[in-house]
Ligand binder design. Structure first.
Ligand code: SAM
Ligand code: SF4
Ligand code: SF4
Length: 346
């Protein structure tokens, strides 16, 4: 295989193409109120889903265009059968320096070790509450015990890092900051608090429900004493902070302090549509090009050209909108499920 070029594609704001999030399935076993609040969804046609070989072929093309980091997500990626086989296939691509997974952890218990053995480097697990009734109200399934078991299994499977993502909803779970940090400390995972975003699918979103970075820091400082920042954020979405006892945690302030200026990631849906931004209206059809027989070099040239024209700053533009509200109404989401966060990949 030809060596990938040294120079990754750069967009019009000089942001390199470095990271790719791949949604491996649009379906999910939970119904988180901030992501999938509806009763019914339109799913992607089964025949449109990329096979593992097709995902690998596209990853090879992305590598030629500069990608070095891959994150598998969904929907719920662990619902995709034989996921460790995909991990092993991607691990064989030598240019991928970091292979990670974002999961709701309901099926992580039995899969943590097989995923690690297949070559997965890092895991991020979502956990929004430690209180069973509250958890159930938020995700509309009674699976907290499996989730905790899954996270504990990941903690002992030997991953390079374990992170715990918590979406904060004001007045709902903002009283669990310390408990979640303590849980993270116990299992050796770093908690990252995420501001509730107005992404496609978040049809219950309102600005009032956002518990902001400033509020998180103020509340923790009030209860646990001084907090210090830990180094520069770079292209990472989370700013990191240290408590007086040395415990670190992160905050992803996508709403109040968008980090579009350094964003180096794009997204591939389970049916092979490529999006340059979480908020992008349109994607590019890579599945069609791949199934039409385009070579890795041709696909890479298309990807490079697409990235080089990129100006997306979706979260910044949303923040500047004085009439900010729900991004898409339910009818618009039903017309095109690619607008949904669970299809696009978080
Ligand atoms: N199902 C997996 C999970 O929940 O970890 C992976 C997909 S999920 C779409 C990826 C991430 O997006 C999760 O950490 C989730 O909390 C986050 N997310 C979903 N909707 C969100 C919203 N409205 N605001 C902020 N984060 C959101
Ligand atoms: Fe929740 Fe993730 Fe499923 Fe969305 S995709 S409903 S965030 S578990
Ligand atoms: Fe990147 Fe778009 Fe998110 Fe901004 S909103 S950080 S450009 S994906």
């Amino acid at each position: 295989m030809k060596a990938p070029p040294d120079c990754p594609a750069a967009d019009l704001l000089d942001r390199p193409l470095n990271s790719l999030r791949i949604s491996v399935i649009d379906r999910c076993d939970l119904r988180c109120f901030y992501c999938m609040p509806e009763e019914h969804y339109t799913w992607l046609p089964q025949e449109d889903l990329l096979s593992f070989a097709e995902i690998r072929a596209l990853v090879d093309a992305f590598v030629l265009a500069g990608v070095r980091k891959v994150r598998l997500t969904g929907g719920e990626p662990l619902l995709r059968r034989q996921l460790p086989e995909l991990v092993a296939l991607l691990r064989q691509q030598p240019a991928i320096e970091d292979l990670a997974l974002t999961t709701n952890a309901t099926h992580l218990g039995p899969l943590a070790l097989p995923l690690r053995r297949a070559g997965l480097d890092r895991v991020t697990a979502s956990l929004d509450s430690l209180r069973p009734e509250r958890f159930k109200a938020l995700v509309r399934r009674d699976t907290l015990p499996q989730v905790l078991e899954g996270i504990r299994a990941a903690a002992t499977a030997g991953f390079a890092s374990l992170k715990i993502n918590t979406v904060l909803i004001r007045g709902f779970n903002d009283d669990e900051l310390e408990d979640l940090i303590e849980f993270g400390r116990q299992v050796g995972g770093e908690v990252r608090f995420i501001e509730y975003m107005d992404v496609g699918g978040a049809t219950q979103w309102s600005a009032d429900a956002v518990f902001s970075k400033a509020q998180i820091l103020a509340r923790l400082e009030e209860r646990l004493g001084p907090i210090t920042p830990c180094g520069p954020q770079g292209a990472a979405p989370a700013g990191r902070f240290r408590l007086a006892d040395g415990t670190c945690f992160g905050i992803i302030a996508s709403v109040t302090e968008p980090f579009c200026r350094t964003c180096d990631r794009s997204r591939l849906t389970a049916d092979g549509q490529w999006y340059l931004c979480l908020y992008a209206q349109e994607g590019a059809d890579l599945r069609g090009r791949l199934r039409a027989g385009q070579s890795r070099e041709e696909l890479a040239a298309f990807i490079r050209q697409g990235w080089e024209g990129r100006t997306d700053r979706g979260a910044q533009e949303r923040a500047a909108d004085p009439h900010r509200g729900v991004l898409y109404q339910v009818e618009d989401l039903r017309q095109d499920p690619h607008r949904e966060m669970h299809t696009r990949g978080g």
